[in-house]
Design a protein around this ligand. Structure first.
Ligand code: ADP
Length: 395
């Protein structure tokens, strides 16, 4: 099956083309365009490039196009992306203004130009469909809940990949199989002991998710991607009284305050330097106190959420780090894992510093394993799209 995965940013269109046979997935091509003002032209050009390279003669040769859609309100999961999905993306664009409009537009363009090619939406919220109600609810009036004010959770593709891959690496094929088919079959009981994973996706945006037997039990992100840990330039969790208070005290309009929280908050605001942890770390090492405070606040928040899921899961068999920050910064992993020997987690400091990804970084006598798993969200989208399309074709 040939699946094109479309990655739409507010000013970019990128793609990866996968060939999938059974469990095997090969990346055939990748490419795209930056500083896009016309998504239609960028999509046409990308398809022309794939035809010239001989990968797909025309869009008609594609089995499907997968989209890592972010938030569709009550619409979630892995779905054929019809016009209802486009409408849901537009209707919730206020909560994901950087993500939803380009995806709605990309879906519309593919629908109008290549109506025969199935489009599949894998929502970032999909992994949280089975989170219990008590972990979804905010203590708001019922009318707010009815209006969709609740925890949705994000980074679902990344955390689902961690659920599958960590189970494989830990020798739990039974759990990996449940995780792999989760969006088709839903949660399934496993035979052995429960596998408890805490997954830390730390990157341009970050979240921590608790996973039992391949299924998320809760996550740090809530209603919008502005929640949970301090993000690179987005605020993370904030007392609801802070917004009206700041507006009154600083004389801000709602638009100004929203802009400051969604574009000028997070690690950028704390450090006063950069939204990139590499710059912040360099400044902190050189003695900059605000940069160090940004790092300490970030680590504190990661540990806060790890603690929450550790308790909720009744322990942790593996702590997993993924995405740009989690994969590339041994010093940060060391800070997150510091002082946890009382809980049974002991990092092997030398392995943490040098070992390649997917190696166990825990000390031999640690009762919690520590893994780095490289993020591969496009692969997840391609696999889920292929699974959905294959299930539809099956008799
Ligand atoms: P995005 O969420 O935009 O896909 P990433 O997952 O790549 O981004 O995460 C970006 C963050 O990861 C940045 O804060 C950056 O500091 C960090 N990062 C990425 N690559 C490296 C690296 N090689 N070394 C250290 N930090 C890195």
């Amino acid at each position: 099956m040939r699946i094109l995965v479309a990655n739409l940013g507010s000013t970019s269109f990128k793609y990866r083309l996968f060939s999938l046979e059974g469990e095997r997935a090969d990346l055939l091509a990748r490419g795209g365009h930056e500083r896009v003002t016309d998504y239609g032209a960028a999509i046409d050009q990308s398809l022309a490039d794939l035809a010239t390279a001989g990968h797909v003669r025309s869009a008609a040769d594609l089995d499907g196009v997968g989209f890592k859609t972010v938030l569709g309100g009550e619409l979630s999961g892995c779905l054929l992306a019809d016009e209802k999905v486009e409408q849901a993306l537009r209707a919730t664009a206020d909560l994901a203004p950087a993500h939803n409009p380009p995806y709605a537009e990309g879906l519309r363009i593919f629908r109008e130009r290549h109506p025969a090619v199935p489009r599949v939406a894998l929502f970032e919220t999909a992994f949280y469909q089975w989170v219990p109600d008590h972990a979804r609810r905010y203590a708001v009036p019922e009318s707010w809940f009815q209006a969709g004010i609740r925890r949705y959770g994000f980074h679902g593709a990344s955390h689902k990949f961690v659920a599958e891959r960590s189970a494989e690496l830990l020798g739990r094929a039974d759990v990996a199989a449940v995780a792999r088919r989760l969006y088709l079959d839903g949660p399934r009981p496993v035979r052995g002991a429960s596998l408890r994973i805490i997954s830390c996706h730390l990157g341009g945006s970050s979240s921590v998710t608790g996973i039992r037997d391949g299924v998320a039990i809760g996550t740090s992100m809530g209603l919008s991607p502005q929640s949970g840990l301090p993000q690179s330039n987005r605020v993370g969790d904030l007392d609801s009284a802070a917004l009206p208070c700041a507006m009154r005290r600083l004389g801000l309009t709602l638009e100004q305050a929203e802009k400051q929280l969604t574009k000028e908050g997070g690690l950028l605001a704390l450090s006063g330097k950069s939204n990139d942890l590499r710059d912040i770390r360099a400044a902190a090492v050189a003695g900059d106190a605000r940069a160090q405070l940004a790092i300490d606040t970030f680590v504190h928040s990661i540990r806060h959420w790890i603690g929450a899921f550790w308790l909720e899961l009744g322990g942790c068999d593996a702590l997993v780090f993924t995405a740009g920050i989690g994969e590339n910064n041994p010093w940060l992993r060391e800070a997150v894992c510091a002082g946890l020997s009382g809980l049974g987690l002991q990092l092997n400091l030398s392995a943490n510093a040098v070992e390649p990804p997917e190696t166990d970084l825990a000390a031999a006598d640690s009762t919690t394993r520590v893994l780095v798993i490289p993020a591969n969200e496009e692969l997840v989208v391609a696999r889920e799209a292929a699974r959905l399309l294959a299930a539809r074709r099956a008799p």
